[in-house]
Design a protein around this ligand. Structure first.
Ligand SMILES: [Zn+2]
Length: 569
């Protein structure tokens, strides 16, 4: 059996057999039955939904040798010599099929015009031109056609089929207004499965329901595609149509992989994303196809959560959806779908599909997660501060924000600074960029007065550190140790402790002598007191500061954008 044998063998011969296009079938059959056939038709719709087939059935019906016999329902008999010739697309004086994709020059249009002048081969016959891929016709060709349609010869019918009616509207609106238009719809998965089952029965083939559902899903509304896939699988699987056969023949991604993905997202296992995508690639999966399949499953999952009953799913996929439905909320799904929509175009167009898919899956596994800015910064620094999505040091994966917080010290009280890095005899070497120096002996007042200048020096080394310290101020100086009171509480202190040596260097530079530093959480004497500095999502002040952070560090900006993170101070 040849590759397209089934698609061809089971192509409809009657309007009533057009699946999922009842409105078209009724309209065209009615026109034939009432002898009110127009001179021009435009059939639009997705590929493989039956446009060309409908055009051929129309041509059959108009030229059927038994047309006037029996009940006049407008259907062709499908069996007379004329019907069989038209249906088979074999040479026929009265039915001319033109593929505009390959016949689009002016010459063809002229020829078409001349040929249209010839009447049909008999007084009771119609000349039917079927022009496929009509949106490919040139403006000149359309102009020639317009002249014909302005004064149409009797018993001449033009049927234009296209997937892109908008393009015709742009180049040939004058022609368009003279055509009767029928819009073909995508065929639902259930209708496709039913049809495939009929074909399997007629061919005495065994076919698993799941296999048929799978084919219907991939065909995405196109019956022709569904039938030729079915055919391919029959050939491949030695006559039986099984789910594993479908997977093998079409190189599909296993349902289990989708199940694994959804579980990974539900459990927020960000770290597993890279390994997962690597396995997809190893299995030879088409990542664009994968993303498309994921979209279908998310939609089905959404329907399920909303209490609907998604159709056309394989049993194993239904199992996956039932299992995961409880773990993902409507909000999760909406956000996932939104993120998917946003990245679909870039995934299809980008030469680096894998990176885009990884980024998308990372975003999914980080849904609703907030990431502490310090951690992001740390990760960015560890990653060499290169802008772009961080690949290895994905910040929130290693240590989720909440658990990363050490148990806070006495709340609001003085925090015992770490003594692991005592001031000691630090090198006196002044930093190269000429920091400010204290005029006399170290005093707290002197330091407070010069604080802004000291911060400028720190900012030249580390702008983000300066930003953090601008929310702090020196509050004590004793035994060569400066206490710095910090507005942001534990979190800020942790961040500062990691940069302690930078601060110490700056202070040593300022005082001209080794100086220790400790950070304390304070509520008083602060430049910008914040009542509850931890998490105030609507706080404009916080927004400003985050903007400042982001502006100062392009790497951070890139990370935040790439991962759609919500920053938490
Ligand atoms: Zn016939």
């Amino acid at each position: 059996m040849s590759h397209t044998a089934l698609a061809r063998k089971y192509r409809p011969r009657r309007f009533a057999d057009l699946i999922g296009q009842m409105h078209v079938a009724t309209g065209l059959a009615g026109a034939v039955a009432k002898n009110r056939v127009a001179h021009g038709y435009l059939l639009t719709g997705p590929r493989g939904t039956g446009k060309t087939t409908a055009a051929r059935i129309l041509a059959m019906a108009l030229n059927c040798e038994r047309r006037d016999r029996g009940a006049s329902d407008g259907e062709p008999c499908g069996e007379c010599e004329s019907c069989r010739r038209v249906w088979a697309g074999s040479a026929n004086l009265d039915v001319v099929e033109i593929d505009a994709a390959s016949n689009r020059g002016v010459d063809d249009a002229r020829e078409l015009r001349q040929r249209a002048m010839y009447a049909a081969s008999g007084p009771d016959r119609y000349k039917v031109y079927i022009i496929d891929e009509a949106h490919m016709l040139t403006r000149e060709a359309w102009n020639a056609l317009l002249k014909i349609l302005e004064e149409p010869p009797s018993r001449v019918v033009f049927v234009f089929a296209t997937t892109d009616p908008q393009k015709i509207a742009n180049t040939a609106s004058a022609v368009l207004s003279r055509l009767q238009r029928f819009d073909f719809r995508n065929i639902g998965p259930k209708a496709i499965v039913d049809r495939l089952r009929e074909v399997a029965a007629a061919e005495e083939l065994t076919a698993e329901d799941d296999a048929l559902a799978l084919i219907a899903r991939i065909a995405r509304g196109g019956m022709r595609d569904a039938l030729s896939m079915f055919d391919q699988i029959v050939v491949f699987g030695d006559g039986a149509v099984t789910t594993s056969g479908v997977h093998e023949a079409l190189g599909l991604i296993d349902d289990d992989m989708y199940g694994e993905l959804l579980t990974m997202v539900a459990e927020r296992r960000t770290t597993d994303v890279f390994g997962y995508v690597a396995r997809l690639v190893e299995q030879g999966a088409d990542l664009t196809e994968f993303v498309g399949g994921t979209g279908e499953i998310l939609r089905a999952l959404m329907l399920k959560i909303l209490g609907g009953n998604p159709e056309g799913l394989t049993e194993s996929l239904k199992g996956v959806i039932d299992r995961v439905a409880a773990e993902l909320s409507q909000g999760d799904l909406l956000r996932m779908l939104k993120l998917l929509q946003e990245s679909e175009t870039s995934i299809r167009r980008s030469p680096n599909t894998r990176l885009h898919v990884e980024t998308l899956l990372l975003q999914w596994t980080m849904l609703d997660r907030t990431v502490e800015i310090a951690q992001v910064l740390e990760a960015v620094r560890a990653g060499g501060a290169s802008p772009g999505p961080p690949v290895s040091p994905a910040p929130p994966t290693q240590s989720p924000p909440r658990t990363a917080r050490r148990s806070p010290g006495p709340s609001g009280g003085q925090r015992e600074p770490s003594r692991t890095a005592p001031p000691g005899p630090e090198p006196q070497a002044a930093p190269a960029d000429d920091p400010p120096r204290a005029a006399g002996p170290p005093t707290l007042e002197g330091l407070q007065a010069a604080w802004r200048t000291v911060l400028e020096g720190i900012g030249r080394k580390n702008p983000i550190l300066r930003e953090t310290l601008s929310q702090a101020r020196p509050s004590a100086l004793a035994d060569g140790v400066v206490s710095i009171e910090v507005a942001g509480g534990e979190l800020q202190i942790e961040g500062l402790m990691r940069n302690k040596s930078v601060v110490q260097d700056a202070l040593a530079g300022y005082f001209g002598t080794a100086t220790g530093v400790e950070f304390t959480a304070g509520a008083e004497h602060l430049p910008a007191p914040k009542p509850e500095p931890r998490r105030q999502t609507q706080d404009a002040d916080r927004e400003d500061r985050l903007r400042a952070y982001r502006g100062q560090d392009p790497a951070l900006d890139a990370v935040v954008d790439a991962l759609d993170l919500e920053l938490l101070e």
